[in-house]
Design a binder for this molecule. Sequence first.
Ligand code: AMP
Ligand code: MG
Length: 417
Amino acid sequence: MTHILKPTHHLGNNMGEVPYFITLDEAVNIVKQYPLSLMAENISLDDAHGRILATDLASKVDDPAFDNSAMDGFAMRFEDTITPPTTLKITGLSQAGMGVEKSNVEPGCAYRIMTGAPMPNGADSILQIELCEVDEQHQTVTLVEQSKKHFIRKKAENLQKGQVALTKGSLLTPSKIGLCATMGYGEIPVTSKAKVAIISTGDELISPGQELQPGQLYESNSYGLAGLVKWLGHQPMRFNAVSDTINELREALDKAAQNCDVILTSGGVSMGDYDLVRKIMQEEGDLKFWRVKLRPGSPPLFGMWKGTPIFGLPGNPVSSHVVFRMIVAPWFRHSTSATGPIETQVRVKLADKVKSTEDCMTLRRIQIHSTEEGLIGTQPRHQGSGNLESLASADALTLLGPGQIGEVGEWIDALIL
Ligand code: AMP
Ligand code: MG
């Protein structure tokens, strides 16, 4: 059920009927109604790592392009080898990179052959070098076993010309980039990177590397969020932290809206008087929802700032990370049709009690240990949402549904970090 924040709500001010404290599914459904539309660009395979394929990719060739040997050894006619040991005359050589037009393996003969070299005409089987005794003086080879037909890699057994092996939205991992090359592509179309403004807010924040004064803390969210943006294949643009004044915030948001495709803010979305991101969005922005049933990470908002999508993430470092993973990342992936392998869920048996909540999806930081029984989850750290060390040392986040207990011995879903 969606709660609607009425204008009469104590914080309401030009709120209209903005969905308030909604479920995670509701939040994700709302953000997906405002997808980014990004162009495509051609890039070299050298630059493809972590990018998102913009179209389906069909192979330009058969793979392999010709029958070839899976072994170093000899190629011959199978019928010559059925009563081992068999001695055959060595009449030729097939090496990787050679053509085979003129080759012909006659009955009673064999060709030396190397891994990856084309099958010579007339031969239909291979025996690996370890099972061959070569007499160099007489140029003969004696096979101690029957030759093997399955040591031939058949033309097109991996991929046929025209076959679509990578689909639009694939995140280009090393093996997928290699596959692009195998299919004959030196350049590929990828989705252009979204320019993502990252704006931290708070009078107490200073950049790491400076001397910490009383009451200050090092600004960390923008660095973590920039990493998450890159992880999704996009381009972060970190702004300097903005102090808690409405004018400075407005100026930063305007600049971000002019120069970027999407805005991420951190901090200032709770109920307090200095929670100015929430306030400015209520008063001057186009707010689509505020607060989500997510723990940690219940304060976020989403809306439009002068036509640009804006995610107001919580200030607490763990919360901002969790909200990115659970709401912002699905939005990016939806916008680019991006498919894995980015989110991995596993089943984990809890070895420590994990505190859940009645009404929120609860994401606790756990460590995972592989045992004979399966994966075991422990919660060795205190779960304060300001405790970034507990996130950095965790392997996964629990995905405990509202009301799910989180008892010792319970099998639960967890999201790999
Ligand atoms: P806020 O939501 O602005 O009240 O912030 C909640 C908590 O997160 C406060 O303790 C802030 O000091 C802290 N915080 C806010 N922004 C950041 C940031 N960019 N990096 C590290 N901590 C932050
Ligand atoms: Mg603040």
